[in-house]
Design a protein. Structure first.
Length: 412
């Protein structure tokens, strides 16, 4: 009997799963449901389309024959309303039921909303999809000043992209420095100084109460401290949250994301999750975590696809990591960056006198579990591999900071 595979999500986790299933099962029926109508594309690169360094067609990662070549039935432009776990069906618009034997939830994440007045004004945008960026670019003509909410990766990329387009930007951050989820206070202070040096108006500890407009278009942001920021374009970049509103939590266990085991299977047999919506074991933190990054979505989709098609494969666990270029400053982080002060971790740091280099290593017991590098990030790949391998560190821990450090120093 041919199996019915249903994949919810047309992003990289979903298409990796679909391609993997098709390689292992040539006769099963694959249905892929996506809420966008575009061909699969590289979501992390939409900021490059915003800043104008690439055109939208360059975002595409699969050609127009992708669905036909893999015998996939696409249902695009539809958002899933519910999952009938007992009836083994996905329910989409109009009550249409799509039956499945094996189901993958790979819906990614939605922009995190903000509680503020005036959100119905024109020229207030999110930045999660290429359609969001297209709408931003359509409204950029005549825009003199933009306000970007949020100092995470989304807000940071939006601010830099608009600045490169010649638009003045005020970046409003609730924390004390940009990228507070990716870097520690010291690295964050270095990044903050670089952004301000480049002409970005960065305001820390700032929160928006609402927006005011004229003729239906936003003209200013009112801050909770009573201040006001003039703007004719707003980007809300306050992060994302897993897209799982349709998931029946009484049948499929959910924390921040959908809980999965090493096979990427949820608590409901035959139902899997992968990508930004999945909460899997984190290698460095030794607990479940949602690591919403592209390479983990790729690997999770592949592992889910293999298990759905009957090949038993274990996912080794996820690892958070980021490489960020802030004008002429490079930052690379992985694993545990800001450890709890609970006695479990040892931290060593190194700085240069000129204030351009910063290195921080985080250890738990005899293993490297995290690092932060500001400039001269060449050793980041070796350090990431050390975290993944869980290899005991048998040399002086400061030796890892040396420019010539390599694997051979750790081998017997």
């Amino acid at each position: 009997m041919a199996l019915d595979y249903v994949i919810i999500g047309n992003g990289v986790a979903g298409i990796q799963a679909a391609e993997t299933i098709r390689r292992l099962d040539r006769t099963g029926h694959i249905t892929l449901i996506g809420d966008e109508t575009h061909l699969p594309y590289c979501r992390p690169m939409i900021s490059m389309a915003l800043e104008g360094t690439i055109d939208f067609p360059a975002l595409t990662i699969r050609g127009p024959d992708f669905y036909e070549a893999n015998a996939i039935t696409p249902i695009l432009g539809e958002r899933v309303a519910a999952i009938d776990v007992d009836g083994r069906a996905v329910i989409i618009g109009g009550g249409r039921r799509v039956p499945f034997h094996r189901l993958l939830i790979a819906t990614g994440a939605d922009p995190r909303p903000v509680a503020a007045a005036g959100l119905d004004l024109n020229n207030i945008h999110y930045m999660r999809s290429q359609d969001h960026v297209r709408r931003m670019l359509a409204s950029i003509d005549g825009a003199r000043r933009a306000t970007v909410l949020g100092g995470g990766l989304v807000g940071f990329k939006a601010a830099c992209g608009l600045l490169r387009r010649g638009v003045g930007v005020s970046l409003l951050i609730g924390s004390g420095h940009p990228l507070s989820m990716q870097v520690d206070d010291e690295a964050g202070a270095m990044l903050l100084a670089e952004l301000r040096r480049r002409g970005l108006d960065v305001r820390v500890g700032a929160a928006v109460a609402g927006f005011e407009g004229e003729n239906g278009r936003v003209r200013s942001a009112a801050l909770k401290d009573g201040g006001r920021v003039d703007c004719d374009l707003v980007v809300i970049g306050k992060g994302v949250r897993p897209a799982l509103d349709f998931v029946p939590r009484d049948r499929i266990p959910v924390d921040l994301g959908i809980l999965v085991d090493a096979r990427m299977e949820t608590g409901a047999p035959g139902i899997y999750a992968a990508g930004d919506v999945a909460e899997a074991e984190d290698i460095a933190r030794r607990t479940r975590w949602v690591n919403a990054i592209w390479p983990e979505a790729v690997e999770q989709g592949r592992v889910a696809g293999m298990n759905m098609a009957g090949r038993q494969v274990a996912y080794p666990g996820s690892l958070s990591r980021n490489v960020i270029r802030v004008f002429d400053m490079d930052a690379m982080t992985a694993g545990v960056v800001t450890p709890d002060d609970d006695g479990l971790y040892e931290v060593i740091r190194e700085r240069d006198a000129g204030g351009r280099l910063y290195r921080k290593l985080v250890f738990r017991e005899d293993r490297l579990v995290g690092f932060t590098l500001i400039n001269r990030i060449e050793q980041g790949g070796v350090m990431t591999a050390l975290i993944r391998s869980r290899l005991p560190i048998r040399v002086s821990r400061r030796r890892l900071l040396a420019p010539d450090f390599n694997w051979s120093l750790l081998l017997p």
